[in-house]
Ligand binder design. Structure first.
Ligand SMILES: [Zn+2]
Length: 175
């Protein structure tokens, strides 16, 4: 599937027009092409608390999952982005921030094409040595040691409860 980059950039620019950016004044729109041929968009949403501000790419990825696949027989979450354009209100490309590169990685993989002022670039070039789901699967604690810990915690709680019950009974007996 070839990407119509001018169309994708136009969709991102239209989304930027709808952005809510009263504090920074930097309106951002993002448009992604899915592997089933749809264009999905997002716009940045700022907040008076600043820390709660959402990038346009966050909205795009949320819209991707919210919309689900075009074909209902396709498993939810299986649809991936193949190309993304992010622009400012002036319609020219903006590179995704670090957090959004990580977010886009899980929505399109390292071969996801990202529009830049110098043309499309693969996401793995913009986010080398990324943290991925493989790291999560391989580096988490072994289930057995976690289970043992949980059992130990439960036993301790049960012992404390039993002691408390015994004390309460003793107090009642003394009255
Ligand atoms: Zn971002």
């Amino acid at each position: 599937m070839s990407t119509d980059w001018p169309a994708l950039r136009a969709a991102a620019t239209a989304a930027a027009d709808r952005a809510y950016a009263p504090y920074s004044g930097l309106r951002v729109g993002a448009a992604g092409l899915t592997d089933d041929g749809r264009i999905i968009v997002g716009a940045n949403v700022e907040n008076a608390s600043f820390g709660l501000t959402l990038c346009a790419e966050c909205g795009l990825v949320s819209a991707l999952h919210g919309a689900g696949p075009a074909d209902p027989s396709v498993q939810a979450g299986a649809t991936e982005l193949v190309a993304v354009a992010v622009v400012a209100g002036d319609g020219d490309p903006l590179l995704p921030c670090g957090r959004c590169r990580q977010l886009l990685l899980e929505a399109g993989g390292g071969s996801l094409l990202v529009d830049t002022a110098d043309g499309p670039v693969e996401l793995k070039v913009l986010l080398p040595a990324a943290f991925t789901t493989t790291d999560l699967a391989e580096r988490r604690d072994q289930e057995t040691s976690h289970d043992q810990e949980t059992t130990r915690e439960q036993e301790t709680t049960r012992e404390q409860e039993t002691t408390r019950e015994r004390e309460t009974t003793r107090e009642r007996g003394a009255q």
